[in-house]
Design a binder for this molecule. Structure first.
Ligand SMILES: [Zn+2]
Length: 120
């Protein structure tokens, strides 16, 4: 809860003056915090990759997760630290490969089972 003219410090949770640029309890610097927020953005494709890896949608999500994951990782690496979400991109890639892996296993099993039932 914030009282008008005051704000709560994200570092120490003390209520301080709304105009304050530095928290006088813990020294938290609001100017540095807002600079970081402006400079860094999360790569949208990294988020999409992880979400698609989770939702799976009959392997369509897995394949899209792989594509978005690799593109996002490339963009994040090229962004020189201004883009975040590398962990999410990697999660999407891993989930994508797990999805593709289960697809391959499913195809192999279905093939084996149909071959076995033919020979009976
Ligand atoms: Zn503080």
């Amino acid at each position: 809860m914030t009282v008008e003219g005051t704000k709560v410090c994200p570092e120490c949770s003390e209520t301080i003056q709304g105009q304050a640029l530095v928290c006088h309890y813990c020294g938290f610097d609001y100017r540095a915090a807002s600079r970081q927020q402006v400079a860094k953005s999360t790569n949208g494709m990294a988020v999409a990759s992880m979400v698609l890896g989770i939702v799976w949608i009959y392997w369509i999500g897995s394949i899209l997760a792989l594509i978005f994951g690799y593109l996002a990782r490339k963009q994040i690496d090229a962004s020189d630290g201004t883009q975040q979400g590398r962990g999410m991109a990697i999660a999407g890639i891993v989930l994508g490969w797990v999805g593709v892996g289960t697809l391959v296993i499913t195809i192999v099993w279905v093939t084996i089972i149909s071959l076995m039932s033919d020979s009976l």
